[in-house]
Design a binder for this molecule. Structure first.
Ligand code: C2O
Ligand code: CU
Length: 460
């Protein structure tokens, strides 16, 4: 099965321990976690930072033997981290060197509709397009990926996704762990299936309710480990999978301190034993590793699957803090709000929102810039129980007002751009559009999105 494949492969490479693969918890063999490069700006001033991002075809040796054909940004798989400070204009020259059309969508960014990279902003093969927008949102881990109609799911599956780190003064002053690859790690979680010939065969793996894989890749690494050299370790989890939901736990039963949601820091750290992430969601945690012992690895797990192994150094230094209070989360005043109700329905190719499937020529909703919005999101389930639909809205960060009439759990009381709608549940959110244009909202199960579980709103 899936564990056998992963551990078996590693056992061969280490040649020593071939443990009971099905129950093995402490993996003896692992690869250092790949760290995406932090992209060098083509230009940087106090007020502006400019990058060039190229979507390209490539290949990568994930496994011994034949290389896997991949897509990547400026490299062979995934993309580099774009870093920007709040208040700076982020300018990105996007280039499409694929053989197919693509778009460049900035997931979680508060951005004018015309620069958002939705399905209307296609960059044809061989073409390039420059976007620029001022970053007016708090420090957060955002991400980017393609969004062209009909090819989003496949292009993401083949490797197109990358991170944007927004930083700001207020969060710097908290002295959280922030040394990239030392005590602050991006952890992009994806599941993939490989053919016998080591290829991602999207079409063969395709499932209309979400294409999943039996192998986890973390930042593109099989069975990765990090060396823990500090007492506090920050992990920025990103669910970059097409459709798989994760429930992350530490193997030693210890709670993680969640410090951030999709759009920025929580008001205070929240102890979580299980961190749930649906596709598109992010969660940043700090792990207190002070008592971790060398030679006794602790793992981050999803069920029985190992996501990441933490290998403690003999001696760990203090570097970075976990303050009792973080930053206050921006609130939404809902007086005079405009109300909308969206019902998420069906499965497979029958998925819909308010009984309609996406049409690029139809504007489903309208809103005024800056007018508070309160949306009621319903997952109506199905006779067979139904599925989680991760709801995502472009161009904003929202607050969750309630889940099934109750206040959301403390770790969902931050800024969000994606929220899991469980079967038969109702989630209320509030926000306002700070910019104008046409924005998408959709299920972030990418196959549902492609099957039409998406709509568009025009903000003017
Ligand atoms: Cu992350 Cu409309 O997407
Ligand atoms: Cu869905």
């Amino acid at each position: 099965g899936m564990m056998g494949g992963r551990h078996g492969g590693n056992g061969m490479m280490m040649s020593k321990t071939v443990s009971d693969v099905a129950t093995s918890q402490t993996t003896t063999a692992a690869h250092p976690l790949a760290l995406p490069k932090r992209l060098k700006p083509t230009q940087a001033t106090k007020t502006k930072v400019s990058y060039t991002l190229t979507a390209q075809t490539s290949q990568m040796a994930f496994k011994p033997g034949t290389k896997t054909k991949t897509l990547g940004y400026n490299g062979n798989y995934l993309g580099p981290v774009l870093q920007v400070r709040r208040g700076q204009t982020l300018q990105i020259k996007t280039r499409n060197q694929l053989t197919r059309p693509t778009t460049f969508h900035w997931h979680g960014a508060i951005v004018p509709g015309k620069d958002d990279g939705g399905p209307h902003q296609v960059v044809a093969p061989g073409q390039s397009k420059t976007v620029a927008f001022k970053i007016q949102q708090p420090a957060a881990t955002l991400w980017y990926h393609p969004h062209a109609m009909g090819s989003t799911a496949k292009q993401v599956y083949q490797g197109l996704a990358g991170l944007i780190y927004v930083r700001d003064k207020q969060s710097d002053q908290l002295h959280l762990p922030d040394k990239y690859g030392v005590n602050d790690f991006p952890v992009v979680i994806q599941d993939r299936s490989f053919t016998k010939n080591n290829q991602f065969d999207y079409d063969a793996a395709y499932n209309s309710d979400g294409t999943k894989g039996n192998t986890l890749l973390i930042n593109g690494t099989f069975n990765p480990y990090i060396r823990v050299t500090t007492k506090l370790v920050r992990l920025r989890f990103v669910n970059g999978s097409n459709a798989r939901n994760y429930q992350l736990k530490l193997s030693n039963g210890q709670a993680m301190q969640q410090i951030a949601t999709d759009g920025g820091l929580l008001s205070k750290p929240v102890a979580v034993k299980t961190l749930k992430l649906s596709p598109g969601e992010r969660g940043e945690v700090i792990i207190d590793a002070a008592k971790f012992k060398a030679g006794q690895p602790v793992t981050v797990k999803n069920g029985q699957q190992v996501v990441l192994t933490l290998r403690s150094a003999q001696k760990k230094v203090s570097d970075g803090q976990l303050p009792a209070n973080l930053l206050s989360v921006p609130t939404v005043n809902t007086t005079n709000a405009q109300h909308q109700t969206l019902a998420f329905n069906g499965m497979g190719t029958m998925v819909s929102i308010n009984h309609q499937q996406y049409s690029k020529d139809r504007i489903d909703l309208t809103a005024q810039q800056d007018r508070p919005q309160v949306w009621t999101l319903k997952n109506t389930g199905t006779m067979m129980g139904g599925m989680i639909h991760p709801f995502h809205l472009h161009g904003v960060q929202f607050r969750i007002l309630s889940i099934n009439g109750q206040a959301p759990p403390a770790n969902l009381q931050g800024l969000k751009d994606t929220v899991a709608l469980d079967p038969d549940s109702t989630v209320k959110i509030a926000f306002n559009f700070k910019d104008r244009g046409i924005y998408m909202y959709h299920c972030h199960n990418l196959e549902h999105e492609e099957n039409g579980m998406m709509g568009q709103i025009k903000v003017s």
